[in-house]
Design a protein around this ligand. Sequence first.
Ligand SMILES: [Zn+2]
Ligand SMILES: [Zn+2]
Length: 330
Amino acid sequence: MKLAGILSIPTWLENYCELNVPFILMSRFPYHEPYISRIEHKIRSSFSYIVNDDFLGEYMAAAHLIRQGYRDLYLVLGSTDKSNAEGIMNLTRMDGFKKALSDHSIPYSESHILSGINEEKTGQAGFFSGKKRPSIPGRGFPFAGPRVILVLSQDKERNKMDHELMSRAIAFHGHRCPGLAIGVRAALEAKRILEIGEAEPKGIYCVAEQMACFIDAIQVILGCTAGKGSLIYRPTGKCVFSFFNTNNGKAVRMAKLDNDAGLDKEEAIRFILNQPLEQVFSLSSPTIPAPAYAPRGAAMACALCGERTAENMLRVKDGKPVCLECAGLI
Ligand SMILES: [Zn+2]
Ligand SMILES: [Zn+2]
């Protein structure tokens, strides 16, 4: 039989360099800088090839998971030996992974790359001889079977806490929505930044500049309520919150950013709850002074309608105290 040609997905690219038949190389080609220069001299220039973009593929996979709210990602690879094609492919994937992390402001850690993992002929996960069994800190090596390319995990405690707080907020608000998630995240971060203790609802104020779903989460989680006068409405129509802890003088202004625009409802909720704070809110010092404690003042009857009205809301009309309605001001 005469061999007309080869369509190949080679593991070891170099093994095919000397073959003298028509050849289409599929799937692997060490095309990506900076690795190409190290191996191009070994590759026959007449090769036709169909390639995966390993860099972009890994980048897209990791970025997708990050957008879903997963931040604690581990990359599991086979060989990362620069002297062979598979190693170069894996290094290229690693570069895509690192780029996705850095583009999303997630610090890269060597311990999140589990390399040297390979399949044995049985299809079970195996390891290059002489290599220590890789493990995820505190979790061991959580997978077996055929090679796993990308493994993700997440901080369960953090998610559990968010879940509980969201549930409490939903119970009060009536439905689950991104607006509520904004309030949950803002209240949680305010607690942290303003060093608000669990049993310290007094002296905590929130000035909110828009009345929407998030207000309910802030009332539930932070204990700043409209009824107590510690949730103050400043109608600018902006999704902006200024939080004040008058016990220690700490304060922060959070302005919601638009980075979750275009995400669907659940994606937006995950984004708001899990992304780094600076991607969800722009933080600064409040532009308004801390609210002062305003005890409910005395009240008296309006001279026209007779309804009891807080004194600071009464106006004088024809020499008599009248309510805003009777004064024609509302
Ligand atoms: Zn809502
Ligand atoms: Zn009146």
